[in-house]
Design a protein around this ligand. Structure first.
Ligand code: ADP
Ligand code: MG
Length: 616
């Protein structure tokens, strides 16, 4: 499989090609494209009229694989050979899922608790990546059949809370299925895109995405700003969804049924199917009447609502928690997007509407929106949507190295190009004649974690005390994505510049992985930055005190010199120990000790001045 050429500066592909959007769901998966003629996204349907492919994989004794609707029946008769909910296992070790193991009717191997889980069927072993790849292969086949062309490139969605290894696993599954996965995007982001949210320039919105699927509930709070989505908070329940509603209905009917019948496996499954049917029916009608195994089954909308109210209440609690984590009030949410088949239920809509106090985005099929949004993202990548944002932006932040190896950003990522930015810097040492300008690209706080693009020296700075020279560093990115960095000392006018091509040499995946890196290391980075800043301040304090002791020791008593030196010693130890709090404390105490000295120098200087002159 060849690599695709992507112009990272524009976020577009070099050649035109159909790129599909895929929602790889826990319960159902589907594939969508943006139609060339209408420019509208559509979910691809076979002649059976169904877009949804149940995420179920059945393996027969000969190694043949059946995916989707035809695999459902095997859930009852051959549960140990029929895999559902493989998504729950993506990128997980046995340790991660130990408490949930009872949920799965098939065999999960527990060979090494830190290794990624494997599933045993007969004498064969499958990883969740293998299993997902079968679902993706089925979707690919379906799309090729419908579109009558080969499909090799895809955007695949994942839950917003998926970590690096879960995203990587999803990517690998795509690759195994013969798909070049151009992007992994968050499900709530895709759903928002499907409603056109975030597609306008300068659009600033806070969005809540409520996703109640077959087995999981997710609430995500996002902001969209100038085409950039950011996840503020996620919450939910990984074991709460439509299946639980079906079980509630089964239990509701169970009272009227013989115990012997309930213990019959296939009868129970039949009841569950009836329950799902009733649930869907009551979305549109008041009373459901049916039968299973000769028994009359009946449930009204009111009865169903009473059954599911506690379940909905739990989702609302999750919403409240997500808002709290995001530091927002319900009234600050601009749009509420409904996702997942279970949000078709009127009571769910009613409760969510009441909680957020606003109308819902629920006009599209809730089980299709994620795939539709993925198709829109795919279309943007294909370069078909020319007016779309995210074009012509810098994929990563650009900046220079400052004291202590910190990254000082001049042009933040996603800035529209062409763009120009400048900032003034100064020297650290007296008489410093040159200044090193090192240019980096990336989102991390320490330059060593970012990517170095270029370096040059601004030389010939006239001798001045530290802090006096004014060096203006300017970044300019032209329309072709070429970065020009220049540095000018404003007092003397000396100047130097360099051309850099920041976009070259980075693949789309590298950009993405650098972004992920920065997200996953954000906490750690804040800690490092605080330490570096404390250390820099401490070192400056030490240098000033040292200079003072050297120049003005006659103004201090021996005891004072002793105390000062001891305090300096302690600060140096703290710096060595890299203990931020201790560094700050010691800097503080050294400052306390030396503060009065400065006054003495001033007094002495005034006395000196008075000695020669007479004030009249
Ligand atoms: P997932 O994202 O978990 O793969 P989906 O979004 O496809 O799942 O949602 C599947 C769930 O939606 C199933 O439990 C199904 O019964 C439920 N569902 C679909 N249509 C309706 C409806 N009209 N009323 C209630 N539930 C529905
Ligand atoms: Mg889903």
């Amino acid at each position: 499989m060849g690599k695709v050429a992507i112009n990272i500066a524009t976020g577009s592909l070099q050649q035109n090609d159909t790129i599909v959007g895929i929602d790889l769901g826990t319960t159902n998966s589907l594939i969508a494209i943006v139609r060339e003629d209408t420019k509208q996204p559509i979910a691809l349907k076979e002649i059976d009229g169904l877009a949804l492919v149940p995420s179920i994989v059945y393996f027969d004794a000969y190694g043949n694989v059946t995916v989707g609707t035809q695999a459902i029946d095997f859930l009852i008769n051959e549960p140990e050979r029929t895999i559902y909910s493989a998504k729950r296992l993506m990128g997980k070790s046995y340790k991660d899922i130990k408490t949930d193991a009872g949920f799965f009717a098939y065999t999960i191997i527990d060979d090494d608790t830190d290794a990624l889980v494997k599933i045993q069927i007969g004498n064969q072993f499958y990883s969740p990546i293998d299993l997902s790849s079968y679902i993706l292969k089925e979707l690919k086949k379906r799309a090729e059949h419908i579109l009558k062309t080969s499909v090799t490139k895809a955007v695949i969605t994942v839950p917003a809370y998926f970590n690096d290894s879960q995203r990587q696993a999803t990517r690998d599954a795509g690759r195994l299925a013969g798909l070049d996965v151009l992007r992994i995007i968050n499900e709530p982001t895709a759903a928002s895109l499907a409603y056109g949210l975030g597609m306008k320039e300068h659009e600033e919105k806070t969005i809540a995405v409520y996703d109640l699927g077959g087995g999981t509930f997710d609430i995500s709070i996002l902001t969209i700003n100038n085409g950039i989505f950011e996840v503020l908070a996620t919450n939910g329940d990984t074991y709460l969804g439509g299946d639980d509603i079906d079980n509630l209905i089964v239990n509701f009917w169970s009272d009227a049924i013989d115990i012997a019948d309930i213990n019959n496996k296939s009868y129970k499954q039949e009841l569950r199917m009836m329950a799902e049917k009733a649930k869907k029916f009551l979305t549109y009608y008041e009373v459901f009447e049916g039968s299973a195994n000769g028994k009359e089954l009946r449930i009204t909308k009111g009865e169903l609502n009473r059954l599911i109210q506690p379940l909905i209440d739990r989702t609302i609690t999750c919403c409240a928690n997500a808002l709290k984590d995001a530091g927002l009030k319900a009234t600050q949410i601009d749009a509420v997007v409904m996702v997942g088949g279970s949000t078709r239920m009127p009571l769910v809509k009613e409760c969510v509407k009441a909680f957020f106090g606003r109308e819902l985005y629920d006009q599209l099929n809730p089980d299709e929106v994620v795939a539709l949004g993925a198709a829109i993202q795919a279309d943007i990548l294909a370069g078909n949507n020319k007016e779309m944002l995210l074009l012509d932006v810098t994929p990563l932040s650009l900046g220079i190295e400052t004291m202590g190896g910190l990254m000082d950003v001049l042009i933040p990522r996603n800035s529209k190009i062409p763009v120009k930015a400048g900032r003034q810097y100064t020297t650290q040492k007296d008489g410093q004649a040159s200044m090193r300008i090192a240019v980096y690209q990336g989102e991390r706080d320490m330059v060593t974690d970012n990517r170095k693009l270029a370096e040059f020296n601004l030389t010939g700075i006239p001798g001045m005390p530290a802090g006096l020279p004014k060096v203006e560093v300017t970044f300019l990115i032209d329309a072709d994505g070429i970065l020009k960095v220049s540095a000018k000392e404003l007092r003397s006018g000396i100047e130097q510049s360099i051309d850099v091509k920041p976009q070259y040499g980075l693949t789309d995946e590298q950009v993405e992985s650098m972004l992920w890196d920065s997200l996953s290391h954000a906490k750690e980075d804040i800690g490092t930055r605080a330490l570096v800043e404390a250390t820099t301040e401490a070192e400056q304090m030490l240098a000033t005190t040292e200079k003072f002791l050297h120049k003005h020791h006659e103004l201090l008593t021996n005891e004072e010199i002793e105390i000062t030196k001891a305090s300096m010693q302690e600060l140096m130890i703290a710096i060595n120990e890299k203990d931020k709090n201790k560094i700050q404390q010691c800097t503080e105490s050294l400052n306390e000790i030396s503060r009065p000295y400065a006054e003495r120098v001033m007094d002495a200087a005034i006395k000196d001045a008075m000695r020669g002159k007479k004030i009249v």
